[in-house]
Design a protein around this ligand. Structure first.
Ligand SMILES: NC(=O)c1ccc[n+]([C@@H]2O[C@H](COP(=O)([O-])OP(=O)(O)OC[C@H]3O[C@@H](n4cnc5c(N)ncnc54)[C@H](OP(=O)(O)O)[C@@H]3O)[C@@H](O)[C@H]2O)c1
Length: 348
């Protein structure tokens, strides 16, 4: 293995991304060295660069959505071998992140990619899947603490209970819809641009309402499909001040909202409603076991059986060099129900 590899480097806080040489890695005990075939982009990547948030060690490699092949296994790893196709979430450190040609990470939170899923498709999943999973099943801090659908009883556990997902077409929203279906929720209500109606229903949504409805208009439409049942679980996958307020408005008293971003100061939350701010990072103690079990033990079979489907993909040109333009598209809201994916091995 050469001592260096190509990476998309953020040299300093608020700096400009540059493709350059960055150190290669040796897997430690329990770790895998992964040759990255596909790395997907997330809104957080442009927010870190633009606002100078979260990352304090520079030069830094970003990117948390990773799919590739096992290149080398660390000491004690018995359940993976060189050549296995895998995907995983970066852990918010340069050596575990995805905007480079090789990365390392614990085998315990890595998933195998089944034959029916491509590297590009697998790379669309980790961050969206972790956020959706923690927001529904994590607890007590970052999610609603619902029973995960990892046992026969868990699948279908919430039969007959309604759920609403604001932003059904976001990457996170598409996974929440599918997890809600696995958990048995019914009806599964999503808001989105109506051009996404068919696609979201194919994932499991039973009613799709226009993303521009007000709280009052949406509540009226929801009442028509819930037959008087209380809406106790709402997931806001957009996180704008407007959707955050709508989520709080439409959830029933005693119910809870999972939100992908911290509540804006303008959002009015009554005492009888709870808002959980989702944080999907695997290394946060309340998430670790929950997500390790998901990635290591369940997600491969769900993908194989079609219970979980990846997002649509759009592959960026020029390997790692294509990422900054892709991040601009995300920042300018030019990405609609699709995940932008870079292929680091295609870097010139
Ligand atoms: N806390 C965490 O751990 C965590 C993890 C992942 C993501 N996030 C955050 O969650 C948010 C979503 O991330 P993502 O990757 O899922 O986003 P994304 O897929 O890039 O979102 C793009 C989609 O958002 C839709 N959208 C925008 N405004 C909407 C609205 N008012 N109502 C309904 N849909 C709307 C757009 O719909 P159209 O197609 O109609 O344009 C577009 O399809 C971001 O703010 C991200 O930073 C947080």
């Amino acid at each position: 293995m050469p001592a260096t590899q190509k990476g998309l480097i953020l040299p300093q806080k608020h700096g400009e991304f540059v493709v350059g040489n960055t150190p290669n890695y040796t897997p430690g005990p329990g770790e895998l060295l992964i040759k990255i075939r596909s790395a997907a982009l997330n809104p957080l990547d442009w927010k870190i660069q633009k606002y100078g948030i979260y990352v304090e060690e520079f030069p830094a490699i970003l990117g948390q959505d990773i799919a590739g092949e096992v290149e080398e296994v660390g000491e004690g790893v018995t359940d993976f071998k060189k050549g296995d196709r895998v995907f995983r979430q970066g852990l918010f450190s340069s050596r575990t992140n995805g905007f480079q040609q090789y990365t390392v990470g614990p085998a315990s939170s890595t998933a195998k990619i089944p034959a029916n899923i491509s590297f590009d498709e697998a790379a669309t999943l980790p961050v969206a899947l972790s956020a959706a999973y923690v927001g529904l099943y994590g607890g007590p801090t970052f999610g609603q603490g619902l029973t995960p659908p990892v046992t026969q009883e868990g699948q279908g556990q919430y039969a007959g209970q309604p759920i609403a997902i604001l932003g059904g077409g976001t990457s996170v929203g598409q996974v929440v819809i599918q997890l809600a279906k696995l958990s048995g929720f019914s009806p599964i209500i999503a808001t989105a641009s109506l051009k996404h109606d068919d696609a979201l229903k194919a994932l499991g949504a039973t009613a799709v309402f226009d993303r521009n409805l007000s709280s009052a208009e949406l509540s009226t439409e929801i009442a028509k499909v819930t037959s008087g049942k209380l809406l106790s679980v709402v997931f806001d996958t957009v996180g704008s001040p407007a959707t955050q307020q709508i989520a709080v408005d439409i959830v029933a008293p005693g119910g809870a909202v999972s939100d992908v971003l911290p509540p804006d100061a303008s959002v009015k939350i009554p005492d009888n409603k709870t808002v959980y701010q989702v944080l999907s990072l695997l290394t946060l103690p309340p998430n670790t076991k929950l997500l390790e079990t998901l990635y290591h033990d369940h997600v491969t079979a769900w993908l194989e059986k079609g219970l979980l489907k990846p997002n649509r993909t759009e592959v960026l040109p020029n390997g790692l060099a294509g990422i900054p333009d892709g991040l601009k598209q995300l920042e300018n809201s030019q990405v609609s129900r699709v995940k932008l994916v870079a292929r680091p091995q295609e870097t010139a």
